[in-house]
Design a binder for this molecule. Sequence first.
Ligand SMILES: Nc1ncnc2c1ncn2[C@@H]1O[C@H](COP(=O)(O)OP(=O)(O)OP(=O)(O)O)[C@@H](O)[C@H]1O
Length: 589
Amino acid sequence: MFHKRLLKEFSDNRKYVAGMVIMQWAALLANVALMYVLAAYVGRISGIVKGESLTTSPSDGVLLIVFAAALFVRIAATSAANRMSYLASTQVKRRLRDRIYEKMMEFGAAYREAVATSEAVQIATEGVDQLEIYFGKYVPQFFYSMLAPLTLFVIVGTMSIKVAAVLLLCVPLIPVSIVAVQKFAKKLLAKYWGTYTELGDSFLENLQGLVTLKIYQADGRYAKKMDEEAEKFRKVTMRVLIMQLNSISVMDLVAYGGAALGIILSVLEYRAGAVTFAECFFIIMISAEFFLPLRLLGSFFHIAMNGNAAADKIFRFLDTSVPQHGTVQKTQGNEICFSHVDFAYTLDAPVLRDVDFSVPGGSFVALVGESGCGKSTVASLVMGENRPKEGGSVTIGGVPVTELTAEALYRKVTRVRHDSYLFAGTVEDNLRMGKADATQKEMEDVLLRVDLLQTIREKGGLSMQLEERAANLSGGQKQRLVLARALLHDSDIYIFDEATSNIDVESENRIMEVVRGLAREKTVLLISHRLANVTVADEIFVLQAGTEGIAEHGTHQELMQRQGYYCRLYEAQQELESYAGTQQKEVTV
Ligand SMILES: Nc1ncnc2c1ncn2[C@@H]1O[C@H](COP(=O)(O)OP(=O)(O)OP(=O)(O)O)[C@@H](O)[C@H]1O
C-alpha cells in the first residue's frame, strides 16, 4: 500500500498529511451538518403535507445559522486541505529533484556509468511528478477514508444502528478489491516504467544521431525498431489502463451497490417506523459518503502505484555508489606520477598493466600509441573518473588523485578533449566557465591567442549566440573556443586528449602552437595519435596494446634511433601523410 522508504525519507511531511486529514474530516462534518439541515426542512415539509402539527424545534434561525456555518467550514476546510496538499507535494518534488541533481553532480563526468541521459531526465521530470499525487492526495486520502466511514457510522448509528452496521460492513470490500490487484499492478507498473525509459533512451539516441542515420540511410531501419519499441510501450500502457479500469469498475460496483443497499434499508426502516422521514432522507443523502472516500482512494491508488514504481527507479539511482573523492584541499607540486597502475573496464580485458611513468612539473610530455591502447584511459585516471586497481597509484604532486577533493583536482588539472562540450548561450557564457570573473580583455586575449577573435567579432563578438553544441561554428572554430576556455581556467596542469582530432590543418597548427607555448609555463600532457605533433615533447611515452607497462620512452630523436615500435609507427604515418599530400596536389592541379 505504501512505499516505506518514501514515507520514511519525507517523514517531516507528516504535518501536512495530518493537517489534510483533519481538514477533510472537518469538511465531512460540515457536509453532515448541511444534510442535517436539509433533512430537517424536508421532514417539516413532509409533516405539513401529511397535516401533522408543525414542530419548530430546532428553530428556523438556528437551522439557518448552522447551515451558513457549515457552508463556511466546508469551503474553508476544503481550500485549506488543497493548500496543504500543494505544500506536501511541492516540497517532496523539489527535494527529490535537488537530490537527483546533487547525485548527478557527485558523479560528475562519470554519471553515464550509472544512468543513461534520457533516463536521468525522465526520472527527474515525469518520475518526480508522479509523486505529486502520492503525497498530495493518496497518503492523506488513505487515512481519511478510514476515518470517514467510522464517523458516519457513529452519526447514522444514532438514527438506525442496523443501517449503519450494514453500510460499515460493505465498506471493507473496496480495500479488499484494491489489495487483490496490488501485486499484479506492481509487476505491471515496473514493466511499464522499464519499457518507457527504454523507449526514451532510443528516442534520444536516434534523435541525436539522426544526421548519421540519414547519411547511412539507416533511418528507416531505426524508425522501424523504434516503432516496435513504441508498440511494446503501447501494449503495456493498454494493459495498465485495462487493469485500472477493471479495478475502478469493481470499486464502483461495491461503492454504489453498497450505497443502494443503505438506501433500500433506510426506506424499509422508515416503513417499519424505526426512523422518521427526516432521518430516512438524511441516510439516503449520506449513505454514498460511506464509500466515496475509499472509492477515491482506489483511483489515487493506481496513480500512487505508478509513483511507487517511479520512486523505486529514483531510489535505485540515488543509492548507486559514487566513487568518493578525497578530502585533501590542495597539492603543491605539479608532477603526475603513475606507479604500477593496472586498470580494466571489464574483468576479462585489462587495458593498462603495470604502467609506470611520470610527467615532471613544468615539462611537456606526450603519450602516444595506436587506437585502443589506453591513452584516454590514462587521462581518465588522472581526472579521477576511473581508479587504478589496488596496488597501483596515480599521484599529483605526491598526493594520490583519489585523496584530492573534486574541486582541488579540477582546479589543478584541465583536460581538453576532442569532444569537450560547448553550451548553447553566448561565447561569453562559455568562456566564463573557465573563469567566472574574467574581464572582457582577458576573454579577448585568449580568443586572440587561439586566433579566433576576428571570427567571433565578425559574428557579434562575445555576445554571439551559440547553438546547442556550438553547431553554428566549424569543427576547428569549436575546438579553438574550447582551448580558449581552457586557457582562461589557468590551471597548473593541462591534458590535451586528442584535442586536434578531426579538425582542419590550420586549426590544428594553431592549437599545437598554443599547446607548445603553454608547455613553456605549465605542465602539459599531450595525448595524440598523430606523432608529428609530439616530436618537440621533452619526453614521449609509448603505450602498446597487450604489452605490460610503457613499451618505449625517450625524446623523438632517441626513439627514432632505437628503430623500435615508435619509429615504425612514425615512419608509417609520415609515408601515409606524404602519399595523401601528393594525391591532394594532383587533385588540385
Ligand atoms: N567506458 C568503457 N567501458 C568499457 N571499455 C572501455 C571504456 N572506455 C574504453 N574502453 C576500452 O578500453 C580500451 C582503451 O580505450 P581508450 O579510449 O583508453 O583508448 P585510446 O588509446 O585512447 O584510443 P583512441 O586513440 O582510439 O582514442 C579500448 O579497448 C576500449 O574499447
